[in-house]
Design a binder for this molecule. Structure first.
Ligand SMILES: [Zn+2]
Length: 280
């Protein structure tokens, strides 16, 4: 089913300027507190997982292209998502030292499905249904993108793949991973497009996402309205996004708790932005 949804989708933006933007990052001080990444993830080489992700991302794009569902890079929606994502990318270095070398991509998929994802290595897909149905503001879109980017930055998929090794495949599979068969391992784990993270991963992604949005000058209070809209949408048709994410009530509470840590970052970003905007 998930494959079918993905198949009716998509468009690509190549953000070649993203690595340079990382150098613009302000002080990493302040912000949210999250867990250290799982040491278990080291069983799966990051480079290989990113390679598998790039392959699966390519398949997603090919399926979307064949169904005429790619949103063109010069479409206003693609430009809007690209601009917000690029703003957030400038602040990813704090959360993953390798991210500055990632070749971030964004695929916009034309479909009513309410979903968004970011695969290892910075391959982002946004379904137009999440923007249109929820009528997302820029601030809310920044919170969604921040959340998905945080999963990739904190290498949650890498840790998941390693856990699949130990629980489903058995100790012998560690040899497979070390031997390089990450693609097979990921397939056994259900693929990178349909990953379901655990509650701790979701909590960390929420917090890191709010911080990314705030540092980039997007109001993290938008998390409150975003989760409310998601809850309302779920009353009609459960959004795909909710099938892999916990309930809106938990997230609203978590957003409220995080605001004292992230609002000062947002206020600072706004203050820094204002003079530049005036100069233009
Ligand atoms: Zn998530």
């Amino acid at each position: 089913m998930r494959r079918a949804i993905i198949a009716c989708a998509a468009g690509l933006l190549i953000l070649a300027g993203a690595p340079a933007a990382a150098q613009l990052a302000k002080s990493d001080e302040g912000g949210v507190k999250v867990r250290s990444p799982s040491l278990m993830r080291k069983l799966v080489p990051a480079e290989k997982l990113e390679q598998v992700a790039a392959e699966q991302y390519g398949q997603l794009r090919a399926q979307a292209t064949s169904r005429n569902a790619l949103v063109a890079a010069d479409d206003p929606v693609a430009k809007r998502v690209g601009r917000i994502a690029q703003d957030l990318m400038a602040f990813t270095g704090k959360w993953n030292a390798r991210a500055k070398d990632w070749r971030w991509d964004i695929t916009i998929i034309k479909t009513p499905t309410i979903n968004a994802l970011c695969m290892p290595g910075g391959k982002i897909a946004v379904f137009t249904g999440i923007i249109d149905t929820l009528k997302l503001t820029d601030d809310e879109l920044a919170v969604v993108l921040g959340h998905e980017m945080a999963h990739a930055l904190r290498e949650h998929a890498r840790a998941r793949a390693a856990k699949v090794t130990l629980t489903n495949v058995g100790a012998l599979a560690i040899g497979l991973v070390i031997g390089g068969n990450v693609g097979e391992l990921v397939r056994q784990g259900g693929g990178l497009l349909a990953l379901k993270f655990n509650r701790d991963d979701e909590r960390d992604a929420d917090l890191v996402g709010l911080e990314l949005a705030a540092r980039a000058g997007y109001n993290p209070q938008a998390g409150l309205t975003l989760w409310e809209k998601m809850t309302q949408a779920a009353k009609n048709t459960p959004p795909t996004w909710l099938s892999t994410h916990p309930s809106g009530e938990d997230r609203k509470r978590r957003t409220l708790e995080a605001l004292p840590q992230v609002m000062p970052l947002y206020e600072r970003a706004k203050a820094n932005k204002a003079p530049a905007a005036a100069a233009n």
